[in-house]
Design a protein around this ligand. Structure first.
Ligand SMILES: Cc1ncc(COP(=O)(O)O)c(C=O)c1O
Length: 618
C-alpha cells in the first residue's frame, strides 16, 4: 500500500483533553440556557461547567480561551476573553425557578413591566423544583400523548405556558431595551492578556457589523418584508412551515437581484469596462458579507458554490487525493443524503471505508460511539450541524476537537444551522463549513464552502476552466489562489449578490431575539402537538433547531400534508433526503413543520387545530 500522503492538521490545533473543552453530558435545558443568555448570565457557574451547543461558536470560544488548550495562531487569534458580572448580584442559580426567585429581587424595577408581569404570573403557577438546577425538559422533550402533561422536571405543565409567556415577552423586547433596563454597566466583558484585564466594554455590543443598533424584533414588521407571505392558498392565509427545505425571500433580496440584472449586469473579474467593475465589486462585497457573517478570517476562505450539495462534492473530490485504501470517513446516522452519497462515491473509488456514528433514540448523537470510532485511520469526519429530520444540534465544536486529536479533518454541514444560530467558524474550529443560500433567505443557486486557510494551497482544484487560473499554456497551467482556484467558470453572480443582501438583512436583528423567537415557536409547537392523541414526535434532543418531525396514527404523512395544505399550511412530508435517520425509528416518512423568524404562534395554533381535527376523526 502506498504511504498516506500528508494531510496534516497543525499539532497546535489539538486540545489536550476534549472533555475539558466541553462536557456533552451537560443536562441543562435549552430554555434555561436561553433565559440565562437573554439576561447575560454567561459567567454563571453551571453544574457541568459548560454551555454546549446553544451558541456553539460562542461556547467553544469561551471554553477554548479559558481552558488549557494551546492557541492555534490562526484559529484563536484573539486574547482570551471572559464574561464577568460586576454587580454584587449572585446569579448562581440559573434555573427558571432561580430566575423567578432571584431576578425581580436581584434587580428590582429593572425588568420591563410586561416581562415582570409574565414572570409574576409564572411564579404563581409554577411548581418549583426542589433542585434548582434540575432539567426543565417539559417543552423540548415533548410529552408523549399517553402521558398526562403534569409535572415534568419539577415544573408543572401549566408553568410551561407561563414559561412560554415569559419567553414571548422577553423576545418581544430588543436586547437594547432589556440592557437599557438592566443598566449598561451591570455586565461587562473583559479581555485579558497574560492574565491581566486590559479593557472593559458593554456586553451588548453587536457581534456582527460595526456597532450599529439592532432593529427591534417585531414579527409583523418582519412579515411585511417578505412579500410571499402575503397571499392565500385554498382561501386561507398562507403559512410557510417548510423553512428547513427552503426559505422565503425578503424584498431586499428580490430588489438586489432585480437591481443587478437591471443596472449592473456583467460577467466579473475579466474586463476593463465599468459594468464588469461594478458587477465584480458587488460579487466580492457579497463574499465579504459571508466572511463577516460566519466570522471567517479572510475573504479568501469563502468559496462560492451552488449550494451545500455541491460544496460537499467539492470537498469530497478535492480531499480524495489524500485518501488511501483502508482509510475511514466518519459520518453520523442523521446525515442528509448530500453528506452521504458524495462520500460513498469517493470511498468506493479510493477503497476507503465509511463508518457511522449512531444516535440515541431521543435524537442525541452518541458521543461514546463517536469516541470509540475515532482512530488514526479516520481521515475525514463530516457532520451535520443540525439534523433536518430530528432538529438535533450536534456539539460540533467538541466533535471537531476530538477528531483533530486523531488527525482527521472535519466538515460541518451548516445547511440547517446557518439561519438559526450565530456561526463563528474559527470558534467551531472546523476545517470546512458548508451552507446553502436558499435556506437563509437568499436565492437558490448559491452556497458557500468555508475552507480553513491551511487547506487552500494543499488541495487541488476540483473543476478546471476559466476564472481559476493564473496562467495557461498548452504545457502547463498555474492555478489562481483560493478562492478563485475553486470557482471555475462564470459563477452565479446575481445569486451571490442576493446572498449578501440576505445576510445583511439578517444582521439588522439581534441574533438573540431571532433565536428566542424561534425557540419559543419550537417549544409551543412541540408542547401543543405532543398533546394530540395518536401523534408521535421524533427527536427530543436537548438542543434543537425549530422543526418538529411527527407521524399521526391512522394517516399517511402525505394525507396529513395534504390536509394541512387545504388550510393553506405548507409543510414538508416525506423522507426529507435523510432516510437513514428515519429508519432508526423504522419509519420512511414524517410530517415536518419547520419554523423561521417570520412565523407566529397563531400559525402554529392553526397547524395544531388541523392535526387535532384529523386525530379526532380517526
Ligand atoms: C442538513 C442538510 N444538508 C444538506 C442539504 C442539501 O442542501 P442543498 O439541496 O441546498 O444542496 C440539506 C437540504 O435540505 C440539508 O438539510
Amino acid at each position: 500500500m502506498e504511504p498516506a500522503p500528508k494531510f496534516p492538521i497543525p499539532s497546535t490545533q489539538v486540545p489536550s483533553t476534549p472533555g475539558e473543552a466541553h462536557d456533552p453530558t451537560d443536562s441543562l435545558a435549552i430554555s434555561r440556557r436561553f433565559l440565562q443568555q437573554v439576561f447575560s448570565r454567561a459567567s454563571v457557574p453551571e453544574q457541568s461547567g459548560s454551555l454546549p451547543g446553544f451558541f456553539p461558536g460562542v461556547v467553544a470560544q469561551e471554553r477554548v480561551s479559558t481552558g488549557p488548550l494551546p492557541a492555534h495562531p490562526s484559529f484563536f487569534p484573539t486574547p482570551s476573553s471572559s464574561l464577568v458580572q460586576t454587580d454584587a448580584t449572585s446569579m448562581g442559580d440559573i434555573s427558571l425557578e432561580g430566575l423567578l426567585r432571584s431576578l425581580p429581587a436581584a434587580v428590582p424595577g429593572t425588568v420591563p413591566a410586561p416581562i415582570q408581569q409574565a414572570i409574576d404570573a409564572a411564579s404563581q403557577t409554577a411548581v418549583l423544583s426542589a433542585t434548582p438546577l434540575a432539567p426543565v425538559p417539559s417543552l423540548y422533550q415533548a410529552t408523549p400523548a399517553s402521558q398526562p402533561p403534569t409535572t415534568q422536571g419539577g415544573i408543572a405543565a401549566p408553568a410551561g405556558d407561563d414559561l412560554g409567556r415569559v419567553l414571548n415577552e422577553i423576545q418581544s423586547h430588543s436586547r437594547e431595551q432589556i440592557q437599557g433596563k438592566l443598566g449598561n454597566s451591570s455586565l461587562i466583558e473583559t479581555r485579558s492578556t497574560s492574565g491581566s484585564s486590559i479593557a472593559a466594554k458593554p456586553l451588548y455590543k453587536p457581534t456582527h457589523g460595526t456597532g450599529h443598533s439592532y432593529r427591534p424584533f417585531n414579527v409583523d414588521g418582519i412579515r411585511a418584508d417578505f412579500p410571499a407571505l402575503n397571499q392565500t392558498i385554498n382561501g386561507h392565509p398562507m403559512v410557510w412551515f417548510d423553512n428547513a427545505a427552503t426559505t422565503q425571500k425578503p424584498q431586499v433580496v428580490i430588489d438586489a437581484l432585480a437591481s443587478f440584472y437591471a443596472h449592473d449586469y456583467s460577467n466579473i473579474h475579466r474586463a476593463a469596462h465599468s459594468m464588469a467593475a461594478r458587477a465584480t465589486d458587488h460579487y466580492e462585497a457579497a463574499r465579504e458579507a459571508v466572511r463577516d457573517f460566519i466570522r471567517a478570517e479572510s475573504v479568501n476562505d469563502i468559496v462560492f458554490v451552488r449550494g451545500t450539495t455541491e460544496g460537499i462534492n467539492l470537498i469530497a473530490n478535492t480531499c480524495k487525493s489524500f485518501l488511501r485504501e483502508g482509510d475511514e470517513i466518519l459520518l453520523t446516522e442523521m446525515e442528509h443524503h448530500a453528506n452521504i452519497v458524495p462520500w460513498q462515491m469517493v470511498a468506493h473509488e479510493k477503497r476507503a471505508r465509511i463508518r457511522i456514528v449512531p444516535f440515541e433514540d431521543n435524537g442525541e448523537i452518541s458521543l461514546d460511539s463517536y469516541r470509540r470510532l475515532l482512530s488514526p485511520r479516520v481521515k475525514m469526519v463530516s457532520l451535520t450541524h443540525a439534523s433536518n429530520t430530528l432538529g438535533t444540534v450536534l456539539p460540533v465544536a467538541l466533535m471537531t476537537q476530538m477528531a483533530h486529536q486523531h488527525g482527521a479533518r472535519v466538515v460541518v454541514d451548516g445547511a440547517q444551522s446557518i439561519a438559526h444560530m450565530p456561526i463563528d467558524v474559527r470558534s467551531l474550529g472546523c476545517d470546512y463549513f458548508v451552507f446553502s443560500g436558499h435556506k437563509i433567505f437568499a436565492p437558490t443557486g448559491i452556497g458557500v464552502v468555508y475552507m480553513h486557510p491551511d487547506l487552500q494551497d494543499m488541495l487541488p482544484p476540483w473543476q478546471g476552466g476559466g476564472n481559476m487560473i493564473h496562467r495557461v499554456s498548452f504545457d502547463e497551467t498555474i492555478y489562481a489562489d483560493a478562492p478563485a482556484k475553486f470557482e471555475a467558470g462564470t459563477p452565479s453572480i446575481g445569486d451571490a449578490i442576493g446572498l449578501g443582501a440576505a445576510l445583511r438583512y439578517l444582521q439588522q436583528f439581534d441574533p438573540i431575539s431571532l433565536q428566542a423567537h424561534e425557540h419559543a415557536l419550537l417549544e409551543f409547537a412541540s408542547y401543543e402537538l405532543s398533546k394530540i392523541p395518536g401523534l408521535t414526535i421524533y427527536g427530543h434532543a436537548r438542543e434543537k433547531v425549530g422543526l418538529v418531525s411527527f407521524t399521526l396514527d391512522g394517516y399517511t404523512t402525505e394525507q396529513v400534508g395534504k390536509e394541512l395544505d387545504r388550510y393553506g399550511i405548507e409543510v414538508r412530508t416525506g423522507h426529507h433526503c435523510a432516510q437513514p435517520s428515519l429508519r432508526h425509528y423504522g419509519l420512511e416518512t414524517t410530517v415536518r413543520p419547520s419554523f423561521a423568524l417570520y412565523n407566529t404562534h397563531e400559525e402554529i395554533e392553526r397547524l395544531v387545530d388541523v392535526v387535532q381535527h384529523l386525530s379526532k376523526k380517526r
